[in-house]
Write a protein that binds this ligand. Structure first.
Ligand code: NAD
Ligand code: UDP
Ligand code: UDP
Length: 327
């Protein structure tokens, strides 16, 4: 890659290109498909690699026929050879319902899948962005969570396949960085929501919205005092793109610092969709983190990034999307 007259020029053998070739693993999924839309809008060549385990081809079918776009159905635990300049590595189930469905597969995806993407980055010289997660902080004893906090994770519980899978993925990234000077970016993504979430995804916003639209009681687990901080998907995607194009290896928190209790969230969605809907209380799942809120000082300073979309505005778009899709 060279800069000529202020423009980045990529070298492909002896052929000079001015188009960035980007690989998005997990590009059929919720965040990956929004990222793919934006990368294509901005003139990149995009290759999506996805096994369609928890994502749907429908999310990217609008790009079929676009010569700048390719889709490869492939399980990332197997090696793959493609020539690219940037890798956004998002392939991994993200919802507890999906990642606990086959915990061993979740570990393989995060361990072997990340190893393969780092091997690819090492061979091609591509920049590799790892979609890590706030779950690496576990049930945090530090609040809000800064990147310096090492976390409080149960290594053998029902969430461990995901939490520890992402922790080993981060460890791999930093070993490749130290040993091979692989160009890495580690994003710790906090709870993200928006259009295209699956109705059976199991995460809290999709559950509450679908329940309220179907006139079913909203299922609050525990007493609803546990908290989360919800980031609209366009903000998350913007943070990931800024991180990729920075020179910061991370780790860096990408999330919205406005914190809500789960009961507050239920009441907000209830008010927006159907004030007469009911709230019902169910047992709290094992190892459910009690609070979560990102400290985003680092992202503000190094990426000049912060979320811009309020929960209410983001929920309006999410509700409209579900309204159009479900009955
Ligand atoms: P998602 O389940 O909608 O998307 C993940 C995609 O990865 C799916 O399309 C799935 O089919 C694909 N995939 C899973 N295993 C694969 C494998 N072995 N090989 C190839 N493809 C595979 O989830 P999402 O919410 O879009 O999350 C995307 C990424 O962001 C994940 O890595 C997740 O851990 C991370 N993340 C998400 C959130 C969030 O709130 N959504 C928060 C923190 C981190
Ligand atoms: N790999 C891949 N695509 C590539 C280069 C490597 O999938 O373009 C895989 C490779 O098969 C290996 C992993 O990435 O499983 C790590 O590769 P690396 O070269 O770092 O290690 P090695 O192959 O020497 O074990
Ligand atoms: N939750 C809930 N009702 C639901 C789904 C989830 O009360 O129908 C709670 C869950 O126990 C957790 C919070 O909402 O405390 C966020 O759950 P989610 O699965 O969305 O994300 P994560 O726990 O991975 O942050």
């Amino acid at each position: 890659m060279n800069v000529v007259n202020g423009k980045i020029v990529f070298n492909e053998g002896s052929v000079k290109r001015d188009v960035n070739r980007v690989l998005v693993t997990g590009g059929c999924g919720f965040i990956g498909s929004h990222l793919t839309d934006r990368l294509l809008r901005e003139g990149n060549d995009v290759i999506v690699v996805d096994s369609c385990f928890s994502g749907h081809k429908d999310n990217i079918s609008q790009h079929f026929g676009n010569p700048r776009f390719e889709f490869i159905r492939h399980d990332i635990i197997e090696p793959i050879l493609v020539e690219v300049d940037q890798i956004y590595h998002l392939a991994s189930p993200a919802s507890p319902v999906f990642y606990q469905d086959n915990g061993i597969k979740t570990i393989k995806t995060n361990m072997l899948g990340t190893l393969n993407m780092l091997g690819l980055a090492k061979r091609t010289g591509a920049v590799m962005l790892m979609a890590s997660t706030s779950e690496i902080y576990g049930d945090p004893t530090v609040h809000p969570q800064t990147e310096e906090y090492w976390g409080n994770v149960n290594p053998i519980g029902i969430r461990s396949c995901y939490d520890e899978g992402k922790r080993i993925a981060e460890t791999l990234c930093f070993e490749y960085f130290r040993q091979n000077q692989t160009n890495i970016r580690v994003a710790r993504i906090f709870n993200t929501y928006g259009p295209r979430m699956l109705e059976n995804d199991g995460r809290v916003i999709s559950n509450f919205v679908v329940q309220a639209l179907r006139k079913k009681p909203l299922t609050v687990y525990g007493d609803g005092s546990q908290s989360r901080s919800f980031c609209y998907v366009d903000d998350t995607v913007d943070g990931l793109i800024r991180l990729m194009n920075s020179d910061c290896p991370g780790p860096i928190n990408i999330g919205n610092p406005t914190e809500y209790s789960i009961l507050q969230l239920a009441q907000t969605i209830q008010k927006m969709i159907d004030p007469s809907s009911e709230v019902t209380f169910k047992p709290l799942p094992t190892d459910d983190p009690q609070k979560r809120k990102p400290d985003i000082s680092k992202a503000r300073k190094l990426l000049n990034w912060e979320p811009t979309i309020t929960l209410e505005d983001g929920l309006k778009k999410t509700i409209a999307d579900f309204q159009a899709r479900i009955r």
